[in-house]
Design a protein around this ligand. Structure first.
Ligand SMILES: Nc1ncnc2c1ncn2[C@@H]1O[C@H](COP(=O)(O)OP(=O)(O)OP(=O)(O)O)[C@@H](O)[C@H]1O
Ligand SMILES: [Mg+2]
Length: 251
């Protein structure tokens, strides 16, 4: 398939709905992301942000209705490993590493299973990904459970980028980090983006989200209530009322 023209959307979500019984977790959500963008998503707890990543990646479920397109190619009928191979990879809100495997083994496993790479290529891709997130070489042989909170974030992102995504979906990567560590994470996201990866970032840590996102979308009760330039979106009265409240003053 030819590379998308920069003005064409790389990832397109069209009228996506996800129901859990009577609960409508996503309600007719549409947006598109250009190649090279960092696209931010925020919204109150339970507003459907992680569900959006779940239905895009097919892990662990698909939309009830609507289309997910990568460079115009429908993703929503593919199996999860086919979607990751097509170029959409994600991190999870909760720790998802293999605790007893070393950092290097974790990233290698991800390159093999998510990137669908043969062994030798996966080894190279894993090492490159660990270099890209600057995890020191002496830490790469440590079990994931022995890494610090920040090192586990490095590992999480390395595991996702080892599969060479076109679009990287990050679900609240700053959770649990101290302020200096959030700055470190910002540098890490900038570095991954600088190497050509399009990024979708869900984040409650607004100083980070607003600093890195070129475009911001706010979900509330599964629906998009505002989207556009971050500095304009945070001033939108609907966003202040539904999400920011008193936090607005501190931005
Ligand atoms: N597998 C599921 N079965 C039933 N309900 C679910 C399931 N997954 C999510 N939900 C519900 O869907 C809604 C959206 O949840 P989701 O996890 O997407 O929110 P979120 O915006 O990521 O919240 P947070 O900021 O707390 O991470 C919530 O009401 C949640 O309880
Ligand atoms: Mg979530």
């Amino acid at each position: 398939m030819p590379e998308p023209n920069d003005s064409e959307p790389l990832l397109e979500i069209r009228e996506v709905t996800k129901r859990f019984g009577a609960l409508v977790a996503l309600n007719n959500v549409s947006f598109s992301i250009r190649k090279g963008q960092i696209f931010g998503i925020a919204g109150p707890n339970g507003s459907g942000k992680s569900t959006l990543f779940n239905v895009i990646t097919g892990i662990p479920f698909f939309p009830t209705k609507g289309d997910v397109l990568l460079s115009g190619r429908p993703m929503h009928r593919l199996r999860p490993h086919e979607i990751s191979r097509a170029g959409i990879l994600r991190t999870f809100q909760k720790d998802a590493e293999f605790a007893t495997l070393s950092a290097r083994e974790n990233v290698y496993a991800s390159a093999v299973y998510c990137g669908q790479m043969p062994s030798a290529q996966a080894k190279d891709a894993a090492e490159q990904a660990l270099d890209d997130v600057s995890l020191p070489s002496e830490r790469r042989t440590k079990a994931a459970s022995d890494l610090s909170v920040f090192e586990r974030k490095q590992l999480m992102i390395a595991s996702a980028i080892a599969g060479r995504p076109k679009v990287l979906l990050l679900d609240e990567p700053a959770a649990g980090l101290t302020k200096p560590e959030v700055s470190g994470l910002r540098d890490l996201i900038a570095a991954v983006h600088g190497r050509g990866t399009t990024i979708v970032l869900i984040e409650h840590v607004l100083p980070l989200l607003l600093k890195v996102s070129e475009y911001l979308m706010i979900l509330n009760h599964g629906a998009v209530i505002a989207s556009g330039k971050p500095e304009e979106v945070v001033r939108n009265p609907k966003v202040v009322e539904a999400y920011l409240g008193k936090r607005e003053a501190k931005l």
